[in-house]
Design a protein around this ligand. Sequence first.
Ligand SMILES: Cc1cc2nc3c(=O)[nH]c(=O)nc-3n(C[C@H](O)[C@H](O)[C@H](O)COP(=O)(O)OP(=O)(O)OC[C@H]3O[C@@H](n4cnc5c(N)ncnc54)[C@H](O)[C@@H]3O)c2cc1C
Length: 369
Amino acid sequence: MTIAIVGAGLGGLALARVLHVHGLESVVYEREASRDARGQGGMLDIHSGQRALREAGLMDGFHAIARGAGQDMRLLEPDGTLLLQEDTPDDAPLLRPEVDRADLRDLLLDSLPDGTVRWGHAVTSAGDGSLHFADGGSAPYGLLVGADGANSRVRPLLTDARPTHTGHDVVELCISDIDRRHPELAAMVGRGTYWVMGDGLSLAAQRNGDGRVRVGVSFYNTREDWFATSGIPWDDAAAARKRLIELLPGWDARFVALIAASDDTVVSRSITTLPAGLTWPSAPDVTLVGDAAHLMPPVGEGANMALLDGALLGLALAAHPLDFPAAVREYEREMFERTSAAARMSGRMQEMLSSPGAAEKLLAFFQPG
Ligand SMILES: Cc1cc2nc3c(=O)[nH]c(=O)nc-3n(C[C@H](O)[C@H](O)[C@H](O)COP(=O)(O)OP(=O)(O)OC[C@H]3O[C@@H](n4cnc5c(N)ncnc54)[C@H](O)[C@@H]3O)c2cc1C
């Protein structure tokens, strides 16, 4: 029976890899033209998802790309007050190391037989055993797995649920080659995450493995039309930086300097989620993994859940090679319970970040008692 996976993100690739380890082959259809077609974004902290990499037989490769020092954290208030500084000792266990998303995706891609991923295959619709692509082609499936992220084309086969805006918008910036171009800012950000928490807005700067620091300025309690009404001229980077700085009145000059030093790419991301605890009646020939199943606020769980979904679905299918519907039911039972707990926890965290006094609350979260 052909196992067709839509989407070569972390969830889809973890599934394909675990199936391969257990002697089951699959085909992954990915809309991007190649693995380098699009920048893969920043760092991920990988904790519970390490189990998936163990099941995939990729722990050595993971340790080669994981950055323990990326666990360092500094938490500040907009006036410059340092609330918390955590530096990771060199011999600390890799409980939540940071890994470059592109490195992790490459690790998974390189572990699959040639031809497993069919690049340039954008799925437009699916059903009744057939996948249809944007170029007019089609392909059959016996079992279809939607691993196609937030705006999944496979999800409508199982549920009418759609992602909705959470009242959180992020403006993403990047400072390339920071050690050479802005050594003082590089030292200030340090090896991990540098987090400035205000009321209703925050700035997070994070060191990447490739000499860049990515900066995200978050606006909370926003309306759906924030992108248009923020007054940020998105097509003029210099003017957009200037407007962003205006939106942080009274912030310490060092934080403003991070925005002023950033490159000419200013990108906005509207944060959407699916309802926490979403389920659907099991179908014998379709299921979902990752964001397609449980898009949640980006507070460090989504990639871990996607990896686990892929690995655990792979294990269930390998355990029931002659009864895929039973494997899907078994996988979904566990997945619904695990990911609804993660989504609820992420929702509470998101609420805390968007509420008054967020800096103090976050400090209490990291230093209970
Ligand atoms: C700013 C930010 C920071 C984050 N940081 C963290 C973190 O530190 N830790 C953490 O655990 N999580 C984090 N997350 C969440 C995490 O990135 C996602 O949960 C995770 O990437 C989901 O993986 P996925 O495989 O389900 O989907 P994706 O990674 O979105 O992959 C989906 C794939 O499907 C492809 N695709 C989409 N539509 C189609 C189609 N129609 N046909 C064919 N292919 C298609 C896409 O091109 C893509 O390759 C963060 C998210 C954001 C936005």
